[in-house]
Write a protein that binds this ligand. Sequence first.
Ligand SMILES: Nc1ncnc2c1ncn2[C@@H]1O[C@H](COP(=O)(O)OP(=O)(O)O)[C@@H](O)[C@H]1O
Ligand SMILES: [Mg+2]
Length: 243
Amino acid sequence: MTPTGSAGDAADSPYVLNAGTTADILLVDDERVMRRYHDAHDIATEAALMRHVAAHGFPVPTLFSAEGADLVMERLHGPTLLQALAAGELNLHDGAEIMMDLHRQLHAIPAPKGSPEGDVVVHLDLQPANILLSESHGPALVDWANARTGPADLDLALSAVILGEVAADAGGDYSRAARAMLVAFLAITEGDPLAQLDEAIAARLSDPALIPGEEALVQPAAELVRRYAPTDLIIGARVPPRD
Ligand SMILES: Nc1ncnc2c1ncn2[C@@H]1O[C@H](COP(=O)(O)OP(=O)(O)O)[C@@H](O)[C@H]1O
Ligand SMILES: [Mg+2]
């Protein structure tokens, strides 16, 4: 059986795995899912970068086809990192390690030919809801909607700001956990999550997938990133001055 109906009624269909802001994830069969954008959408970059990183051994679902507004890809079995953290199956430090390891692997891949000097593939939404703990492949990264080439530090800054948004949402279920995870992530970050922080803020504010209310959390999130980023200056400032 295959998904039926237009994207408009997708949320009512039994084949919808996830109804997102800009796209739905539909179950095709046991081996395949379809990412279907609600509106006409250029998926060329998303598809090309998924294939590029897969060819370099990065853990990403295999892409089977990309046509119109639909990407058909391998279905991964297993919880998201967010679900595993919420269920207490993993602790926040392990979660932060998984995030940092995916950054490390992704940014070690040679950029596609013609990319500006120094740029790498950046995912720009590398966070627990987009990491699937696949039974067969281990942690894998989905949701390449925002991916492009750019500085690795921009990717780090976005992960930090996204964790910061959850932390800054004081009434939210995961606020305290997200703050602890942000601190853990920043403590093990290889790179400079502050170097591209302004660009990361701008990217978040212009992300079409932002949910209502999230926009107001972006600046407070950036403040948390500045507060907890382990720079020499901050470490120095914490030490009481000698007489
Ligand atoms: N290849 C896949 N295999 C299995 N589940 C998937 C796959 N891709 C996405 N999902 C599920 O759908 C959810 C949303 O997918 P995602 O690509 O992040 O879309 P969104 O744009 O809505 O954030 C994921 O958190 C995961 O639970
Ligand atoms: Mg997602």
